[in-house]
Structure formats: C-alpha cells, structure tokens
Design a protein around this ligand. Structure first.
Ligand code: ADP
Length: 371
C-alpha cells in the first residue's frame, strides 16, 4: 500500500497510475492533514510525499511521521518541483526522508526507487526480527545457565553431607576394628576410606568449577598478577621442590578481575605444568606476559613437559577430559574451571604444543586494569 501525497491533481493522478500499473495499491491525499490521517488509519508501506503542500510542509510531515513510533519506520520518498535547491534536498533527507526525486520523474525511475525503498524496509524488518529472536535466545540461555550453575552448586554441596557421614563411620570402623576382624576387612575399610577421600576432593573440585562461573563483574578489582603468582608459588612450593622443577617469570601486569578466581587459574595451570612433566627431566616452567591492542594482556604459562597431541588441544578444556593415566591424580576439571574463569573475565584460553613430549604452553587473555 503506497500513500501518494500531492496537492496537484494531475501529478497525483499520474504517479498513482504508474504505481497501480506496477502492481501496488495506492491511497491518495491532497493535503498534509489528510496524509497524516491516512498514515494513522492505513499504515501504508511507503509514502510518496510532495514537499510543497498547502497546509503542512513536507519537512514537518516527515518529522511527525518519524516521531510516532507506530509510523517511524515507514519509508518516505520525497518528490519535489525542479525549482528546488541542493540544500532543500539535504534538508529533506536530514529530516527523515529516505530518498528524494525531482519532477518530472521518469516512471521507471519512480517504480525502481519505490521497489528499492521497500526492499530496504523489508531487510530492516527482517533484521529487527532476527535481533529480537537472538536477544530472546540469549536471555533464555543466560537463565538456563544460571539455573544450571545453581543446580550444580547445590547438588555438589548437598553431596558433601552424606559423604561426611560415610567418612565419619568408616573412621569409627577403622579405629574400633582395625586388626581385629581379618586382613580382608582391613583392606576393605581402607578402600572405602580412599574412595571417600577421592570423592571428597572431586566434590571440592566440582564446587570450585560451579563457583568459577558465578563470579560476576561486580567483584572485579585491580589485581597485581605478580602477587597472585607469588602466592601460587608459595602454595605449590612443596610439590615444585619435591620434583626439582623451576619457575621463571616475567614482570606481570595489573589486571581487572576477581583475585580469588585468578589465583585459582594460576594455581591450576602451574600445578599441571608440575604434574605433567617428563619423568627424570627437570621441569622448566615459564610465565610471560604480552600486551595486546585493546587494553588486554595475554599471559603464557609454558612447560617442557609431556606435551599434548594437536587433536586434543581443545577438548582438554571440557570437564572430565583427561589424556594421561589414572595413576596421575586429578579429575579433569582443572582446565574447565580455568576456561570458565577466563571467559568470565571476558578473555580466551587456549593451549599450544609441538606434540607429545615437546612441552606445552597455555595462553589466556585478561583485561588490563584501568587507572
Ligand atoms: P586434571 O589435571 O585434573 O586431569 P585438567 O582439567 O587440569 O585435569 O587437565 C585435563 C587434562 O589435560 C589432563 O588430564 C592432562 O592430560 C592434560 N594436561 C593439562 N595440563 C597439561 C600440561 N601442562 N601438559 C600436558 N598435559 C596437560
């Protein structure tokens, strides 16, 4: 439906005829006031607007159509007498017209311009609908994610309680009956105790994983990564010493983030670098920082350890993915936790390795602190 607004009957008739022949429905208005009434009642798909009307000026009509949310997206094609100046044309476009033609208008040009404007309008409508659907999907995803976080946190939290009971009673069994029933019974009690210990640390890891996704931007502060690294190395001092590994670190920057989560991140990566070393070879661990454009920094934690085959480089960041045997302690949640932490900080994490036995480097990006 095209609304054809022109106070000159002959011109109006000619344009309506061209548009009808091109297959459009046409409504007509000879004054600005009538045009606004028809915009409100018919909601045309496009307005062909003569700039010089007897009552309301073309620019004012454009402004009014654009100001009303119900009509603001209707394309307006302004058509004016040839006496018009360039600055009038600029005014028309600046005040909300989508295109401008000058009389006499060739009928093919008129139809082609209308078609182009309607195509543009259709694309806009489709884009707006796609955006709306995307936004709704994002909101749903976020809600589901939050629910899942709450669920996994509550589930792992609640699992602790019965486990504590089992641990407590096997402790009593061990104390009261160790060496008194049979060697078999002693072995069974020991196996239960080991199972409970493993289960407890698995639940602890799961809780850390669930919490890693919960930290929000609100608790971001300026965090000096040199301090984070120093306290990580202090925590791991014993295990680093035991295996004779050494750590070389560049001066690190101050980033914006959650101190507890970032400590967890460093702890997991350096602990892995110590854990997955080549036996009988002194472990060499490096920590470096490289400033990137856009106020971010990339930190690299490298080792000369067991390395990772290229086909496994991305899957190790998924929960419970382990590449090495069950004789190495762990549940495969550490790197998944690192991924959550880094992503919560708006960064990315990835690993590179020349291959098995060639060492690995874990990279992650973080936002630098704003001063
Ligand atoms: P975990 O160490 O508890 O098994 P992670 O999620 O920290 O779990 O790591 C997942 C897997 O990725 C590990 O089981 C190991 O096979 C591999 N991996 C992690 N860090 C390294 C590393 N520095 N060198 C070689 N392999 C690694």
């Amino acid at each position: 439906m095209i609304l054809n607004v022109d106070d000159h009957e002959a011109g109006r008739y000619a344009k309506s005829r061209v548009m009808k022949l091109a297959g459009y429905q046409v409504a007509e208005a000879a004054t600005g006031r009538r045009a606004l009434e028809l915009v409100a009642s018919l909601r045309p798909d496009l307005i062909m607007l003569d700039v010089n009307l007897p009552d309301i000026g073309g620019l004012e009509i454009c402004r009014l159509v654009r100001a009303d949310p119900e009509s603001s997206s209707i394309p307006i094609l302004q058509i004016s007498a040839s006496a018009i100046t360039t600055s009038d044309r600029v005014d028309g476009l600046d005040n909300g017209a989508d295109a401008y033609l000058i009389e006499p208008v060739d009928s093919d040009v008129l139809v082609a311009t209308v078609r182009a404007l309607l195509r543009m309008r259709k694309a806009e409508v489709e884009l707006a609908a796609a955006n709306k659907a995307l936004q709704a999907a994002n909101e749903l995803l976020e809600r589901n994610n939050e629910e899942l976080q709450r669920f996994s946190y509550a589930a792992s939290h609640d699992l602790r309680e019965p486990l504590r009971t089992i641990a407590c009673f096997t402790g009593i069994l061990e104390k009261k009956y160790a060496g008194q029933i049979s060697a078999d019974a002693d072995a069974i009690i020991r196996t239960i105790t080991q199972g409970v210990t493993r289960m407890t640390s698995l639940i602890d890891d799961l809780l850390i994983y669930a919490q890693a996704g919960q930290a929000s931007d609100e608790d971001a502060t300026n965090v000096d990564l040199n301090e984070v690294l120093a306290s990580t190395l202090k925590n791991l001092e014993q295990s680093i010493k035991e295996v004779g590994s050494s750590v070389q670190a560049d001066p690190l920057p101050i980033v914006s983030g959650n101190r507890v989560s970032l400590s967890q991140l460093f702890q997991n990566l350096i602990h892995n670098a110590v854990k997955y070393r080549v036996p009988e070879t002194p472990g060499r661990i490096g920590v470096t920082a490289k400033k990137q454009t856009g106020n971010t920094v990339t930190i690299a934690v490298s080792d000369n350890g067991l390395g990772i085959a290229s086909q496994h480089l991305s899957r190790i960041f998924e929960p419970f993915q382990r590449l090495h045997g069950s004789d190495v302690a762990g549940y495969g949640i550490g790197l998944a936790t690192c991924k959550r932490i880094v992503e919560r900080h708006g960064g990315k994490i990835w690993a590179e390795s020349e291959g098995v036995g060639q060492g690995s480097t874990f990279y992650f990006s973080l936002p630098l602190a704003n001063f």
